[in-house]
Ligand binder design. Structure first.
Ligand SMILES: [Zn+2]
Length: 180
């Protein structure tokens, strides 16, 4: 007989809804996104299969608190209790941080957006923007000035890229620079 859990797990390709590891049925459980205690239904729209440990942690928290727990993991989500499995030698290669690829220089010699931003910031010397908001608008107008597409969407990406490269340090709303 196919159980509720079997069906959901099948629909999720056998993976935990949250951390996406292959989930043996013995370690899986049905998580009600809106907890039954909060009026959540027992239908497929409200149910996911996930690691038992996470289900236990989420309990009957509100959907807002649950989202917060998930979002707090920022990116690579690990259900609690999976740390051991992750540090085993067979999976250690998966844990190696991905080396960021250097931004490819455009074939026709046009500088990439990140090059433009760095060059502009260097040029500004002591008058570099000191606040994230100012830095964002500075980058946005620079991109527009150079007819780069999607200036609005690119700004956040460029700032996080500069942070990754250690060129820009953001603390709260303040920005400091290590452009070399
Ligand atoms: Zn999981």
């Amino acid at each position: 007989m196919t159980t509720h859990l079997d069906r959901i797990l099948f629909a999720q390709g056998g993976q935990c809804f949250f951390c996406r590891r292959q989930l043996p049925k013995a370690e899986a459980s049905v998580e009600h996104l809106v907890a039954v205690a909060n009026g959540g239904k027992n239908d497929d729209d409200n149910c996911v299969a996930c690691c038992k440990a996470l289900n236990h942690l989420l309990g009957s928290k509100s959907i807002k608190e649950k989202l917060q727990i998930v979002l707090n993991q920022r990116g690579s989500f690990q259900c609690p209790g999976n740390a051991l499995a992750q540090s085993s030698p067979s999976s250690s290669t998966n844990a190696t941080p991905v080396t960021p690829k250097p931004a490819p220089a455009a074939a026709n010699g046009t500088p990439t957006a990140i090059d433009l931003v760095q060059a502009d910031l260097k040029k500004r010397g002591a008058s570099r923007p000191r606040k994230v908001a100012t830095l964002s608008s500075t980058i946005k107008s620079l991109l527009k000035q150079h007819q780069k597409p999607n200036a609005d969407a690119e700004v956040a990406h460029l700032i996080s890229e500069l942070q990754k490269q250690g060129k820009v340090i953001v603390i709260d709303t303040k920005v400091t620079y290590k452009l070399g």
